[in-house]
Design a protein. Sequence first.
Length: 200
Amino acid sequence: MADHGGGDRVLVAVAGDRLREGVPPVGVFAELAARTEDWDGAVWAVCLALGLSAPDLRGLGPDSHEIYSEFGPGEEDLCGKVLEIHGVFDVPRLLDERETEVQRLLRSAFGASGGIATGRALSLARNLFKGELATAFLSLTRKKPRAPRGRPVDFWNALCAAGALLETVDDDEGRLVREALGLCRQNLADALATANGQAC
């Protein structure tokens, strides 16, 4: 994304007004993109109105140019939906110390998985970026490390540690985390037994 300066202040102000009126980011982007040929400026206006800083924007998925170069006039809404899927409008949540450690553990599990299908990997990356830690944990627990690149002991160990920090939440999501944590612990025991058997 190119850096946009003061000339876009009007677009940012309009985007902010529309967001405060309850229009979702996708809709605001579509409105601004339909009004101007500067689709890059429309992306930046929405993101800046959401409070995203330039470093946040640069760290998100594919460059927006790669996405909206495939669209033309009349397809602004569809383009906005694709941008949203790629996390362009995601706002990171400020994490406390415990949540930061959970996020680190989940990234470790991600790395030990041996690879995750692109769609699920994108969803997980967005969950972690937005601080949706329980959702990311539950998603990871539904897969197994991929042979031969996966490291099962590291994968399940990281998920067990993350789940132990997440299970304190006392709601339906917490119940799901506790149930998944039990399965993670069993999977870790199985992985350790397999690793010890192979070492003999």
